[in-house]
Ligand binder design. Sequence first.
Ligand code: F6R
Length: 241
Amino acid sequence: MRFLTFENKAALGEALGERIAEEIREKPNLILGLATGSSPLETYGHLAKEVKEGRLSFQKVRSFNLDEYIDCPIEQETYRAFMNDNLFSKVDIDLNNTHFPSSNNPEGYDEEIAAAGGIDFQVLGIGRNGHIGFNEPGTPADSKTSVIHLTQSTIDANARFFGNDKSLVPTKAVSMGLATIMGAKKIALIANDTSKLVPIMGLMKGEKDVLKNPSAVLLDHPDVTIYLTKDLADAIAAKMK
Ligand code: F6R
């Protein structure tokens, strides 16, 4: 596991966006795993800029998002809508090539990913409780795509997208499992907020308790890069002294 530190969110997003752009230039039909939430916004912004300025094309890219809410009361807050707004509408991707897990057939998602040849490059954010995708603490390392129940910590964290009304946050979602994520050939995890201190410090210490910190599963993956902002790296360094 490599750790890279950047001055701020913008610098981090530009670096990771450029890395993904390079991956697509090398393999135009890249299979790209995508995350929603605040963490990848600057990264997606860089990709949109590269496409707008003619240096990149998503025409042959196929994407698989990590997760989707079940019974989301606000259509605009579904992860499909989020991706449309923040990436898909700004690049030349064919929407038929963009995939989300569905509660109708969660296991079918792993089969679809396998049929596409597996994920080449997976983008991850991380929850303050260490979740990746919606794999909350307690999720076993061998989990595949499935329906999950959000913890109160995640409902609280996501209420900001629902006018701070926790009662509107869906309580269930369908998410790639930890084994699904581990199947990706390369993984980049973004941690650009000091609220992520505890799980990232666990990774830096090499603590492999996956049931407590689901992101710890990544310690056993051969190609993971953690993209950190300096404020978070400094806060961790101060705690580890
Ligand atoms: C989103 C996802 C989640 C988020 C995590 C961090 O698709 O799978 O694991 O990456 O909750 O969210 P933000 O980036 O909003 O802090």
